[in-house]
Design a protein around this ligand. Structure first.
Ligand code: NAD
Ligand code: UDP
Ligand code: UDP
Length: 322
């Protein structure tokens, strides 16, 4: 085991990574954030830049990384369909080469490593809700494949490093998560709808809006990640992490319009290729192994997220504090 007590968070300047860093720092840990700022931003981490327990390193995880840490949280990867399809080859490289490098690092340091996998490994699922035993329905050559197959290959690598070298791994399959610090141009549905509603612009509904998703507030997810990382070495996953309350995308649009008091009207657009029809996690395994379940309702979570975007659109940049 490494004697250095520092947690490495790759993708730490992103949405989930920055919240995870806040939690690690609050719990008294030292944090090394590694990010190439592909989709992450400095404002997400402004408030910790001057914290002596925080260190920032601009680095692309597709290249080898030699540092001393005692735990790794591997979150580096664009997560929004618009972003991960912008440069699909780089997306696959980030998942696959990034996993190989972070696993090589973990192996050298003999330290625990967490992988942010995704519900996308289930593709357009034919089993509902999705439990960890389902192998999924993924198109290997479509527009979403760079993300889905990249993450699937990363899972394979994690489990092979575990079997072949005994590496201490934790693989979580994260379902749609939302909250403050999503990028306003992120392209994902919650941020798109909130920004459009606040600006009085048309709400861009893809398809007829009957497709479903299940949205988890970011603090619930971070709590689950922390609990997972504290389990004993036998608990390797994969573990579904998400909120099982399912909603259609049309209902989400209507809820956000109502909560923001917006006069925006819905505008209809074609459904993107391979867009999953329905998605809801079966979280029985996480409930049992982590004694965890989400506590933040969609109403509460949207309230804080709307407040965040409202502030951002009014010109309130997150402040750098001392
Ligand atoms: P995000 O885009 O906000 O954050 C990703 C971060 O990774 C960014 O800071 C980006 O700059 C960084 N990054 C991308 N490529 C990199 C590279 N090659 N080297 C170094 N850094 C790189 O997305 P997010 O929502 O915070 O997602 C974080 C992780 O969680 C991702 O791995 C994503 O696949 C996974 N995930 C997220 C969700 C969700 O709903 N938010 C769902 C499932 C899985
Ligand atoms: N690696 C890294 N940091 C380390 C150790 C390894 O980035 O501290 C990278 C290294 O470049 C290698 C990869 O991780 O390509 C996989 O390492 P591993 O030891 O498993 O395989 P090998 O070096 O034998 O290819
Ligand atoms: N979506 C939409 N309008 C948007 C963005 C997304 O109707 O402006 C839909 C999208 O087609 C999908 C759902 O909302 O059915 C969730 O999309 P998102 O990109 O947030 O996540 P993912 O598809 O990866 O679950």
């Amino acid at each position: 085991m490494s004697i250095t007590k520092q947690k490495l968070v790759t993708g730490g300047a992103g949405f989930i990574g920055s919240h995870l860093i806040d939690r690690l720092l609050a719990d008294g840990h030292d944090v090394l954030c590694v990010d190439n700022f592909y989709t992450g931003t400095k404002p997400n981490i402004y408030h910790v830049l001057d914290n002596v327990h925080f260190e920032l390193m601009r680095h692309d995880v597709t290249f080898p990384l030699y540092v001393q840490v005692d735990q790794i949280y591997n979150l580096a990867c664009p997560a929004s369909p618009v972003h991960y399809q912008h440069d699909p080859i780089q997306t696959t490289k980030t998942s696959v080469h990034g996993a190989i490098n972070m696993l090589g690092l973990a192996k050298r340091l003999n330290c625990r490593i967490f992988q942010a996998s995704t519900s996308e490994v289930y593709g357009d699922p034919q089993v509902h809700p999705q439990s960890e035993s389902y192998w999924g329905n993924v198109n290997p050559i479509g527009a979403r494949s760079c993300y889905d197959e990249g993450k699937r290959c990363a899972e394979t690598l994690f489990f092979d490093y575990n079997r072949q070298t005994g590496l201490d791994i934790k693989v979580a399959r994260i379902f749609n998560t939302y909250g403050p610090r999503m990028h306003p141009n992120d392209g994902r549905v919650v941020s798109n709808f909130i920004v459009q509603a606040l600006m009085g612009e048309p709400i861009t509904l893809f398809g007829d809006g009957t497709q479903t998703r299940s949205f988890c507030y970011v603090s619930d997810l971070v709590e689950a990640i922390m609990r997972f990382m504290a389990t004993d070495a036998g608990c390797i996953g994969p573990l579904n992490l998400g909120n099982p309350s399912e909603i259609t995308i049309r209902e989400l649009a209507e809820t956000i319009v109502e909560m923001t008091g917006s006069r925006s009207k819905i505008s209809y657009h074609p459904l993107p290729q391979d867009d999953p029809v329905q998605r809801r996690p079966d979280i029985s395994a996480a409930r049992q192994t982590l004694n965890w379940e989400p506590t933040v309702s969609l109403q509460e979570g949207l309230t804080s997220t709307i407040k965040y975007f409202d502030g951002l659109l009014s010109g309130n940049e997150p402040a750098r504090s001392r």
